[in-house]
Design a protein around this ligand. Structure first.
Ligand SMILES: Cc1ncc(COP(=O)(O)O)c(C=O)c1O
Length: 404
């Protein structure tokens, strides 16, 4: 039974004060908070298991290896990957995207086409631009509309026999729009293109089934899912991961090294050069256990309630405009007060203990589309409350009074 009062007790940071006021943490789309269960695992790891993995015959190394590999199985089960070796540990979403973009350098040629969406985070734009520069491929963009939704009919007109890759986020970090990735994947596959879905913003709210989606690559960051920073995973279909060359060279990713020739390790180690974030991987497994114990259905329905409540209350403020008004959106509200810079609103909210994000949210093309410098973004998690939303709303009213 979902009880937010009980859940909040798991997050020690939620009881701290900021600027003399109880913290109201609404910057969850940037990073989520960490439950005690995950903190305990991190402390336990460094207190009892710390060792390098995969190489040692001694007990500590073997125990750390077991914990790290068990976490990979948990992550595999969570995303419903067919094989554990389709789960590649990374340092986060950005690393996962760059790994794939780098690998495709060897597979693309001039004349090939790549499609991205107008709703992307810079992490899912810049690596593809760099890939185009390296290979001579060209980049096409799925446009968006005033609601912050992708123009799917126009996407279909961009597809042709030259389309090799399609990149789209599952949920927009700037607006919260949930994109119709099932349809995008199906249509892209009809012309033989591979699809990478950026799941950085969906994974905290939705439990994706990569086999049911038939997606080729899916990338996430642990720190958006109650886990630590500096770790994430790339899911890739085995056939694609076998086709891509290694990303980085080094220890762990080789089968045999001589000065004449090196052969590479099998998946997943081919893509995991060097000593990884061992503790981070283990703690990511615990974070996934934690979120599953709360339950993704309960999380989605509670967060939707928060979204509706906050939308209604904020829209009562005259001169407040919300950007991203799709019917299909998650618990993110991007807004501006008429004639007031988002940074100023964010600064006043901070004085009241309310943490929101202001700026372009690493999604400048979206801001350009709306012809604004940025927005104030309040993003809610399952441990937030309606009472906290009331504090935000009062804070926004105060900011409006002070800055008008
Ligand atoms: C949609 C999206 N993609 C990619 C990223 C980059 O994630 P990371 O910084 O963890 O690599 C973010 C982070 O906010 C994001 O929201």
């Amino acid at each position: 039974m979902f009880k937010v009062e009980n859940i909040r007790k798991d997050f020690p940071i939620l009881s701290r004060q900021v600027n003399g006021k109880p913290l109201v943490y609404f910057d969850n789309a940037a990073t989520s908070q960490t439950p005690q269960q995950v903190i305990d695992v991190i402390v336990d790891y460094y207190s009892n298991y710390n060792a390098n993995i995969h190489r040692g015959v001694h007990a500590l190394s073997q125990e750390a290896t077991d914990l790290y590999e068990q976490a990979r199985y948990k992550i595999q089960a969570h995303f419903n990957a067919k094989h554990a070796h389709e789960i590649i540990y990374t340092s986060g979403t950005t690393h996962g995207i760059n790994l794939v973009a780098n690998g495709f350098s060897a597979l693309l040629k001039k004349g090939d086409e790549i499609i991205v969406s107008a709703l992307e985070h810079h992490s899912n734009i810049v690596p593809w631009q760099m890939l185009c520069e390296r290979t001579g491929a060209s980049l096409k963009v799925i446009p968006m509309n005033q609601n912050g939704e992708l123009e799917i009919k126009l996407f279909e007109t961009l597809l042709n026999q030259n389309t090799k890759l399609v990149f789209v986020n599952h949920i927009s970090n700037a607006l919260g729009t949930i994109n119709p990735i099932e349809h995008i994947i199906k249509k892209a596959h009809e012309v033989g293109a591979a699809v990478l879905v950026d799941g950085a913003q969906s994974s905290p709210h939705i439990k994706p089934d990569v086999q049911a989606l038939d997606v080729d690559f899916y990338v996430v960051s642990a720190h958006k899912m109650c886990g630590p920073t500096g770790v994430g995973v790339l899911y890739g279909k085995e056939e694609w991961l076998n086709k891509l060359p290694p990303y980085q060279g080094g220890g762990e990713m080789i089968a045999e090294v001589t000065f004449e020739k090196t052969t590479y390790a099998a998946l997943p180690h081919k893509f995991e050069a060097g000593t990884p974030n061992i503790c981070g991987g283990i703690a990511f497994g615990t974070a996934i256990d934690y979120m599953n114990a709360v339950g993704f259905d309960a999380i989605a329905s509670y967060e939707h309630e928060l979204l509706e409540y906050a939308t209604e209350k904020l829209l009562e403020i005259e001169g407040l405009k919300i950007y991203g008004t799709s019917e299909r959106k998650t618990s993110v509200i991007s807004f501006n007060l008429e004639g007031i810079h988002p940074y100023d609103v964010g600064t006043i909210l901070d004085k009241l203990g309310v943490a929101v994000r202001t700026g372009h949210h690493c999604a400048q093309p979206i801001m350009d589309y709306f012809k604004i410098p940025g927005t104030v973004r309040a993003s809610f998690a399952f441990y937030n409350t309606k009472a906290e939303i009331d504090v935000l709303v009062e804070g926004v009213k105060k900011a409006k009074m002070m800055l008008s």
